[in-house]
Design a protein around this ligand. Structure first.
Ligand code: TXA
Ligand code: MG
Length: 324
């Protein structure tokens, strides 16, 4: 069921059920973060392995009510960018069940910037654990209908808050060592905005083998249709001339001889590109397309996170492409 009824959403959550919530980044699949059984349902609905921890979402009132012990070094950053696309990794307080954090001693905490979800959190006596509301490893949802298409039967209620305005998941900054904050996932808050409040910020974005941020796994955010990530669309079109191709380009897209041409941002605005990225990946991911060719965007600001997602969405095994 999809709707905009906050009372309905609250009743389901209070009964330990799953509600998809709109946020400015992507839609989340939420449950009572203090209820182990409810949290377990999230992992089941997404087919998500239990070693991949969930982010806890709070409102201002809940931050006052629950003592999360945000380290002083992180407070200014949070004060400036919450609500917003920023997740802080901090020491897990005892009242958060282990299952939320996959047994790790850190918890991801975020205040989402969406009026409906903030209003919901303000009414709830508990924070919400929520990963992105997509099946494990698939592209994240940025509209209620994306959630409906893929998890519809597994979610008790979808709170429709319109299209996500940022369109990329939150940037994750670890304060495990509060003097040495580290970015574990690029996302909707650009690095420059964080550096203002965390001067010696480090990047720690290794993929695959890094258990501290499984969102960094290669082959995440993947479409079912094979995807090539390139600086040079024309060469890719030559190479795969016999394929039915969907091009995802950036700024003043040429009229390529492809089955589908999509422009992330005709006016070359990385924020607009971020907002369109996951929707366009979904639109290109259809049975009559053999291959998606996505272009690398300028690698600054939100462009870094866009390139990160596209690089993780690309098809790795070259044989897979040869067999197309
Ligand atoms: O914007 C977002 O962050 C969205 C919206 C719904 O808030 N959520 C989201 O959640 O992207 P998810 O679960 O799809 O990605 C969160 C990433 C995961 O890769 C997870 O491994 C990492 O954050 N993470 C969460 N808690 C962690 C922890 N305690 N330690 C290390 N990594 C953690
Ligand atoms: Mg996710």
């Amino acid at each position: 069921m999809t709707g905009t009824d906050l009372d309905e959403a609250r009743r389901f959550l209070e009964a330990g059920k799953l509600v998809a919530i709109p946020t400015e980044t992507v839609y989340g699949l939420a449950a009572n973060a203090l209820d182990e059984k409810a949290v377990l349902r999230i992992f089941q609905a997404k087919n998500r392995p239990h070693f991949d921890p969930l982010i806890v979402h709070v409102s201002n009132r809940q931050l006052d009510e629950f003592d999360f012990h945000i380290p002083v070094e992180a407070r200014e950053l949070a004060a400036h960018h919450w609500p917003g696309p920023l997740t802080l990794l901090i020491q897990k307080p005892d009242f958060i069940p282990d299952i939320v954090c996959s047994g790790l001693n850190m918890v991801g905490l975020r205040m989402p910037d969406h009026p409906l979800t903030l209003a919901l959190l303000e009414q709830l006596p508990f924070p919400l654990a929520a990963p992105s509301a997509n099946p494990f490893k698939y592209v994240s949802p940025t509209t209620a209908s994306h959630v409906e298409d893929q998890l519809g039967s597994r979610v008790d209620y979808i709170l429709d808050g319109g299209p996500s305005t940022v369109g990329l998941e939150s940037t994750i900054v670890s304060f495990e060592d509060p003097d040495n904050p580290k970015v574990l996932r690029l996302g909707g808050l650009p690095l420059d905005a964080i550096r203002e409040f965390a001067a010696n910020l480090e990047l720690d974005l290794q993929s695959g083998s890094n258990p501290s941020a499984p969102g960094q796994m290669e082959q995440h955010y993947a479409t079912r249709t094979p995807l090539v990530f390139t600086d040079d669309i024309e060469s890719a079109l030559d190479e795969y001339a016999d394929k039915r191709i969907a091009v995802i380009g950036f700024q003043e897209l040429e009229n390529y001889p492809a089955a589908l041409n999509m422009d992330l941002s005709p006016r070359g605005d990385l924020r607009e590109a971020a907002k369109n990225l996951f929707r366009m990946l979904r639109e290109a991911d259809r049975p009559d397309i053999d291959l998606i060719v996505a272009v690398r965007v300028p690698n600054h600001g939100l462009g870094m996170a866009i390139n990160d997602r596209l690089s993780r969405a690309r098809t790795h095994v070259s044989n897979d492409l040869q067999d197309l």
